[in-house]
Design a protein around this ligand. Structure first.
Ligand code: CA
Length: 247
């Protein structure tokens, strides 16, 4: 606690320090960093700050934060390098990471999601939105959420019995091919989160590298055809992949 107070300075407004979830805020622009830290404290989180990539990696290893908010453009090591370092360090590799990306920068976003970022927020952002996303991600990654796959996945009127390989929509069975089933399973298990085409390919096709991105699109189209409400529920994220809207 002493060390944490030292990092935070003399601020005394942090509620429930002992229970607060720790968020590592990696941002080199002081104003944005302060703004984020302020909102996070207000919501009962415990922000730890880093202003460059190297410090971010060190603090991530040392403090083991509950979530990392990661800017892309940073001195020393950029956000993508930080993300790569985090994902390849077993002690912290499962830490949720939310990237802060420059508006319209598709490349960073795509690379980030491929490297395993959990979400991205384009700049400029509203701190409220950032906090809301953080809460949503932490809800999903609570201990227990990582337990073995549930036997049944539900989403609105859809019910998937994983063991029996059955899908029902409003109680009526839907005939899916095994690939369609697994794509739907991947979407249902990561509702609200963007799944890149690559992520879907590796989840469903594994190491079979002969499959191309376009295949995913074809299967998604079939799913939407067979289960009409998925036309809207599965959101196409341009140049990246797909996302099942939170129910
Ligand atoms: Ca920056």
């Amino acid at each position: 606690i002493a060390a944490k107070n030292h990092i935070m300075g003399s601020e005394s407004e942090t509620p429930e320090t002992a229970l607060a979830r720790t968020i590592l805020v990696v941002e080199d622009e002081k104003e944005i960093q302060d703004l984020l830290a302020h909102y996070l404290r207000k919501e009962g989180f415990y922000p730890i700050l880093a202003s460059d990539g190297e410090t971010a990696i060190l603090k991530a290893r040392k403090e083991k934060p509950d979530l990392i908010l990661l800017d892309i453009l940073l001195p020393k090591a950029d956000g993508l390098e930080v993300l790569r370092a985090i994902r390849s360090d077993e002690s912290i590799s499962r830490t949720p990471v939310v990237m802060l990306t420059a508006k319209g920068d598709e490349t960073d976003r795509v690379v980030g999601l491929e490297l395993g970022a959990d979400d991205y927020i384009p700049k400029p952002f509203s701190p409220r939105e950032v906090v809301a996303r953080i809460k949503a991600i932490l809800r999903r990654s609570r201990p227990g959420a990582r337990e073995p796959e549930p036997a049944t996945l539900t989403y609105r009127e859809l019910r998937m019995d994983v063991a029996r390989h059955e899908v029902r929509c409003q109680g009526k069975p839907v005939a899916l091919t095994s690939k369609e089933f697994r794509i739907l399973q991947a979407l249902l298990s990561s509702s609200g989160r963007v799944l890149s085409r690559d992520a879907i390919l590796s989840k469903v096709w594994g190491e079979d590298t002969h499959v191309i991105d376009r295949t995913v699109d074809v299967h998604i189209a079939k799913l939407r055809q067979k289960i009409p409400f998925l036309v809207k529920a599965i959101e196409t994220v341009k140049d990246v992949g797909y996302k099942l809207r939170e129910s």
